[in-house]
Design a protein around this ligand. Structure first.
Ligand code: NAP
Length: 124
């Protein structure tokens, strides 16, 4: 299996600028690391819209953030989420059963707009 692992999520949409189209053309999978940390991190309050969409579905904001990555798209994404807490694991599994409507995707798009920037190589 070949996959490119990059940081991607509602608040970190740089892979959409160029990489996603390249991956779609090459028919390769992209793996989204840190898919929720930058959305739910301690310095970023859960956005009202994210919370509202989660409430409407009876799931957590994290599940919405993961389902958003897994929404139908030209490129296949898988998520690499870290959850040591069992309640978080259950929350996150709910994303696999969650389909966001076009209206909900549009609401999220307005408050978490595409970056327009290209992905910078990250080294740790
Ligand atoms: N390729 C790379 O360069 C690279 C770089 C960074 C990370 N990664 C990979 O990506 C994985 C995930 O990245 P990450 O840990 O930075 O970010 P993440 O998975 O987006 O966020 C992990 C944090 O979110 C919490 N969390 C998980 N589910 C939650 C939920 N449902 N509600 C609230 N909080 C929740 C976790 O807490 P608990 O653990 O307490 O549940 C943890 O503090 C890593 O394990 C690593 O393998 C790869």
């Amino acid at each position: 299996m070949f996959a490119n692992q990059v940081r991607y999520g509602l608040a970190t949409r740089e892979p959409e600028t160029t990489l996603a189209a390249v991956a779609a053309r090459l028919d390769t999978t992209l793996m989204a690391y840190s898919p929720i940390r930058h959305v739910l991190g301690p310095d970023i309050a859960v956005h009202d819209v994210l919370a509202a969409v989660a409430h409407e579905h009876g799931v957590s904001p994290a599940a919405v953030a993961l389902a958003w990555i897994l929404r139908p798209a030209a490129v296949r994404w898988v998520v690499v989420v870290k959850a040591a807490n069992r309640a978080h694991q259950a929350d996150n599994a709910a994303a696999l059963r969650l389909t966001l409507s076009a209206v909900e995707l549009d609401r999220l798009d307005r408050v978490f707009p595409a970056s327009g920037e290209d992905l910078k190589l990250q080294t740790f």
